[in-house]
Design a protein around this ligand. Structure first.
Ligand SMILES: NC(=O)c1ccc[n+]([C@@H]2O[C@H](COP(=O)([O-])OP(=O)(O)OC[C@H]3O[C@@H](n4cnc5c(N)ncnc54)[C@H](OP(=O)(O)O)[C@@H]3O)[C@@H](O)[C@H]2O)c1
Length: 312
């Protein structure tokens, strides 16, 4: 639902991006070339330092706060719930309240790990979360705090790939291994709707610029596949014949349980007039030589220009 009245009233004021050294944060910070952007990293703003957050937001008085900082170590979170909750939940509450204090829009990112994955069809935004581990629970609490903001947006993303940052995602690591000629391990039983970082950034801008209704949005590339499917598609685009070591999640003996089937449907984003490209299209733009890297297929009303994009 788009409203002209709500369309980003503070265009001259800054966009504050927290977690700006992360993979999504770096891309988000670069996606507002027409606006003043203030980017913070953990070194310049620890978002768990509530006073520092309130002070900075009061100084900058941003029109938009985009929080890309997160505690993302799914396995370590099981032994460090306080750390996970501090960053993924209570710091989000502080940011949401600070956003309200200066009338800013607040954008926060969450994850498919809020679901248990015990299903066979794509989850939409109305599906009831049921996290299986500490990381997912901390992110769910963060969602609730973020949505308390008067103009709070939560975008659930999944298995981020592309972009740059110190911690490559699973698909980035698979591609690096294939390019190096190493055998790569891929799950045959985890189904995901992966999210190409530039496409998430483009969708985020759309929601902000078009004054979309605040609330919860799934923001993944359209469609889904197993990790094996994703690896095989990447190999096809790269023209490689990789050695894939197929395994199940149980065989990997992971500390924290992962949701098995986590296709997400972007129903609300689609209703707001924005169609995310398919994950295959995103993989092609990411890897194919000479292809447009940055969210080129992500644009309003892409339903008309990309008829092949269908919700799963
Ligand atoms: N990556 C995925 O596949 C994935 C999947 C689902 C959802 N998400 C969500 O998407 C968002 C972006 O993820 P990402 O992959 O871009 O994350 P990322 O690359 O790990 O970046 C997160 C950033 O947050 C910073 N950070 C951690 N604790 C902080 C603190 N207390 N104060 C300030 N900064 C802090 C990290 O700094 P350090 O490097 O110093 O730790 C890092 O720069 C997050 O909300 C994440 O939960 C990601």
């Amino acid at each position: 639902m788009l409203t002209d009245a709500g369309a980003d009233p503070g265009r001259g004021r800054a966009v504050l991006v927290t977690g700006g050294a992360g993979r999504l944060g770096a891309c988000i910070a670069g996606s507002f070339p027409d606006r003043p952007v203030v980017t913070t990293t953990r070194a310049t703003l620890d978002i768990t330092d509530h006073r520092a957050v309130r002070r900075l937001v009061a100084d900058v008085r941003p029109a938009v706060i985009v929080n890309c900082a997160a505690y993302n170590d799914v396995d370590a979170a099981e032994d460090s719930p306080r750390d996970a909750l501090a960053v993924n939940a209570f710091a989000v509450r502080t940011l949401a309240r600070a956003a309200d204090d200066c009338g800013a829009t607040f954008v926060h990112y969450s994850t498919d790990f809020v679901f248990d994955g015990e299903t066979t069809s794509a989850y939409d935004e109305t599906a009831r979360p049921s996290p299986r581990g500490t990381y997912g629970a901390s992110k769910l609490l963060g969602e609730w705090f973020a949505l308390d903001a008067a103009r709070g947006f939560v975008c659930r993303v999944e298995s981020l790939f592309g972009g740059t940052g110190p911690r490559p995602g699973s698909l980035d690591r698979i591609v690096d291994g294939m390019r190096a000629g190493r055998p790569v391990r891929v799950f045959t039983d985890r189904v995901a709707s992966p999210s190409y970082v530039p496409d998430v950034a483009a969708a985020t801008r759309y929601l902000i610029d078009r004054g979309a209704a605040p609330g919860l949005y799934h923001c993944v590339n359209t469609g889904h596949g197993t990790w094996r499917d994703l690896a095989e598609e990447a190999a096809r685009v790269l023209g490689l014949s990789p050695s894939l070591e197929l395994m199940t999640m149980a065989e990997a003996r992971l500390t924290a349980p992962r949701p098995r089937f986590c296709a997400l449907s972007n129903r609300r984003l689609t209703d707001a007039g924005y169609a995310m490209p398919t994950w295959q299209d995103a993989v092609r733009r990411w890897l194919a030589p000479g292809c447009e890297p940055l969210g080129a297929a992500s644009r309003p009303s892409a339903r008309q220009t990309h008829p092949a994009q269908q919700e799963p």
